[in-house]
Design a protein around this ligand. Structure first.
Ligand SMILES: *Cc1c(COP(=O)(O)O)cnc(C)c1O
Length: 433
């Protein structure tokens, strides 16, 4: 399969090039040339298949031309070593719990899949070692670091803002060792991101090192998230609720929802999508006005969605030929304040005894307010509420149990390298690795 750039000014790339480079030469995002529909009999029998079996069929449609079948199957099965259950929360509203992986957030699947696919390409002749740079405000760093841990030929550098991530988050990427290095930057998340961007643009660095990004601009990170949507549908079908399915996605950089839109293009019977935003509602405003106005992000309690210029918006536009009318026909939007998010976490706990995290709360509320008669809603619960312990405990006024996986991380010893926010220092460091 060939990949083109959303900016259409770069040559076509192979899957290997798209994964190793991350971004196209014209700074556009890679898109697969074709999105293959899956046959009707797959959808007819999907409720009898396992998560892994479903995911392999989906992965084969995207990556089957470029990766041998047994290797691809192994990558998929190894990535999906945990379940993603559909849990009923209220009448006609279900939570797809994406937080049962190693770092308890949905990015685990993309992180692991990308690590294994890149590992496969590196083992093949001719691909030199790759350095993955990732800037994080908390969740991405842990999912990527844990996904890449121990993969030969790849070294991961996690840049995070000193004093601005929670202790639980910090422990998940500073205690691993091996091929994972944590760089504690004396600055903000935006400073971390600026350092990573400057490194990708620096000619001298790129002559010395093979650098790539592991955020959702990378096709190997975001496409595997399509697995979730097919499995959600399979479980709805098992429950006899698959007609008029509406899927609601708490969205920041829009990688997750874009993977769902790809699923629909492959024939997945989803009636419509809702993108739930916090106060960083650039996409919501786009739907209302037809104008895309990026702006600096503002801090909220659903901080993984604090994005002021969603990188995958370019892919959404490309999928619908830039048509605002077509995009609005398929996706609606919502926007919630911290106050509304708190209210939703509290009420859902009180009325349904279901504990939402602040991101999932946006998704649940959008369905509560926006479902039409005859529709069944699924929201993606993107992280375990214990990852936002202080916020959630503060809202419900009760202690939240910390899962064993998180407790394990807390026992590790933090190791990180201090780094200033000056690019000259970061560059000097990278030239020594
Ligand atoms: C990353 C993240 C999101 C947003 O996902 P995008 O693909 O960036 O839209 C939502 N919730 C949580 C918990 C996340 O970590």
């Amino acid at each position: 399969m060939k990949y083109y750039s959303t900016n259409k000014q770069a040559p076509m790339a192979s899957l290997q090039e798209a994964v190793v480079k991350g971004l196209a030469a014209d700074r556009g995002l890679f898109m697969p040339m074709t999105i293959k529909p899956l046959p009707q009999d797959f959808y007819d029998t999907i409720d009898s298949l396992s998560f892994q079996e479903i995911a392999y069929r989906v992965a084969d449609a995207f990556f089957g031309e470029d990766v041998p079948a047994d290797t691809l199957k192994q990558i998929v099965y190894d990535t999906l070593s945990f379940d993603v259950p559909l849990v009923k929360v209220a009448d006609n509203i279900y939570s797809l719990e994406l937080f049962h992986g190693p770092t308890l957030a949905f990015k685990d699947v993309g992180g692991r899949f990308m690590a294994r696919l890149l590992g496969y390409f590196i083992k093949k002749e001719g691909q030199k070692d790759v350095n993955v740079l990732v800037a994080t405000s908390g969740d991405t760093g842990s999912a990527v670091a844990n996904g890449f841990l121990g993969v030969e030929g790849i070294h991961v550098y996690v840049l995070y803002p000193k004093g601005k991530v929670s202790e639980i988050q910090e422990k998940q990427f500073t205690t691993l060792g091996q091929n994972i290095t944590a760089l504690e930057v004396d600055g903000t998340f935006d400073d971390c991101q600026a350092l990573v961007k400057a490194a990708f643009m620096d000619k001298e660095l790129n002559e010395h090192l093979s650098l790539t990004s592991a955020n959702s601009i990378n096709v190997a990170r975001f496409l595997p998230q399509a697995f979730y949507y097919f499995y959600a549908y399979a479980q709805l079908k098992r429950a006899g609720k698959a007609d008029n399915a509406v899927i609601c996605v708490p969205s920041g950089n829009f990688g997750n929802i874009t993977a769902g839109l790809f699923g629909k293009k492959m024939g997945l019977p989803v009636k419509r999508f809702i993108a739930a935003n916090n106060r960083n509602d650039i996409f919501y405003q786009y739907l209302q006005t037809g104008k895309y106005n990026p702006r600096p992000s503002i801090a909220t309690i659903a901080n993984a969605m604090d994005v002021g210029d969603p990188s995958n918006f370019a892919r959404v536009l490309d999928l619908y030929g830039g048509s605002h009318a077509e995009i609005s026909a398929e996706i609606s939007g919502t926007t919630y304040t911290d106050e509304q998010i708190r209210e939703t976490v509290k009420e859902t706990w009180k009325e349904h005894h279901y504990l939402l995290d602040p991101h999932g709360a946006c998704g649940y509320r959008a369905l509560q307010e926006g479902l039409k008669p005859g529709e069944t809603g699924v929201f993606l619960e993107t992280a375990h509420p214990a990852k936002f312990l202080e916020t959630v405990e503060g809202i419900i006024g009760e202690a939240v149990e910390i899962p064993a996986k998180l407790q394990e991380f807390m026992k590790g010893e933090k190791k990180s390298l201090p780094m200033t926010k000056e690019f000259a220092d970061f560059k000097k460091y990278l030239l020594t690795i």
